[in-house]
Design a protein around this ligand. Structure first.
Ligand code: HSE
Length: 313
């Protein structure tokens, strides 16, 4: 059956997991973006409407992530028709919740349906990366979990680099996102350009321990590994308001690990029960409220599906 219109949803994601800079990420239950994509006879892509972005995202298809990703897929299959895209942003921008990846993924997943699903889900990675690269750089740690769900190791930018990791049984999440945008490019510019061999050995050891802890479902070892970042989080902490205080509140509430979500300013905590995750989210929220900084707090879990098609006709 041929479809001319499809609607999809793409979840929030959290990249890095502390030491796994640019090579690891997970998908979150709950928040996400939606897109409605329709074929049109004219060959261009038109962004007909964007909701939920406060007017901040470009309508110009050459600058819009959803359009650039969709264009990469249309060109790849030599599709002569163009598209009309309506984007409904559920994710705050520049927040560390994978907003740009969700824009890329949601349009590509809907378009793949319109095209008759020529590509398996993971094969959509390169098209999504074309859009993601516009604002975040060419790395797949948000795009891969957004497409596939789960906790994903993506040690590269090609489809064969995707490796789903086990989700431990007692694995709950608490997140707080202060209303202080941190653009990814600023958060990348602040990183050290060179590290010593000693630091490199330390970081690779911590990543190896993280992966091992996930396989063994050992949250104690997982927390220690995630928090053992000597390169990225120490450099970025100054960009996150109340970072130290919110982290301390999360640990006090019982979190097993606290790390900056993606490029920030979201702080993400891993907790061994839903009750601890709820208490941790409230404790981190209270820190920002006390500082008169608006924030979104949530207790959630890992989304296992990734982007979903909502309907097509
Ligand atoms: N891994 C990326 C970073 C995620 O931390 O800069 C944001 O795109």
């Amino acid at each position: 059956m041929a479809f001319s219109r499809a609607e999809a949803f793409a979840p929030a994601t959290v990249a890095n997991l502390g030491v796994g800079f640019d090579i690891m990420g997970l998908a979150l239950q709950g928040m996400g973006d939606r897109a409605i994509v329709e074929f049109q006879d004219a060959s261009e892509i038109v962004i007909s409407e964007i909701q939920g972005d406060g007017g901040k995202l470009p309508l110009d298809p050459a600058l819009n992530i959803a359009a650039v990703s969709a264009r990469a897929l249309l060109d790849h299959v030599d599709e002569p028709r163009g598209l009309k895209i309506r984007l409904i942003k559920g994710l705050p921008l520049s927040s560390g919740l994978g907003s740009s990846a969700a824009s890329a993924v949601v349009s590509v997943v809907a378009l793949n349906k319109l095209l008759g699903e020529p590509f398996a889900r993971e094969q959509l990675l390169p098209f999504c990366l074309e859009g993601e690269a516009l604002v975040s750089g060419y790395h797949a740690d948000n795009v891969a979990p957004c497409l596939l769900g789960g906790i994903i190791l993506v040690a590269g930018t090609t489809v064969d680099a995707i490796q789903p990791l086990p989700i431990p049984e007692r694995f709950h999440l608490a997140l707080v996102t202060p209303d202080v945008p941190v653009p990814t490019d600023s958060a990348r510019k602040i990183l050290p350009k060179h590290i010593t061999l000693k630091t490199m050995i330390h970081q690779t050891g911590a990543v190896a321990k993280l992966v091992d802890a996930l396989h063994r479902g050992d949250l104690g070892a997982l927390g220690a590994a995630i928090e053992n970042d000597r390169v990225v989080e120490p450099a970025r902490a100054c960009l996150m308001p109340m970072h130290k205080e919110a982290r301390a509140a999360a640990k006090q509430a019982g979190a097993a690990a606290v790390f900056i979500g993606g490029a920030g300013p979201t702080l993400c905590a891993i907790c061994e029960s839903a009750a601890i995750a709820k208490a941790t989210a409230s404790a981190m929220q209270a820190v920002y409220q006390a500082a008169n900084t608006a924030c979104i707090a949530q207790a959630t879990g890992v989304d296992r599906c990734g982007a979903v098609l909502l309907n097509a006709d």
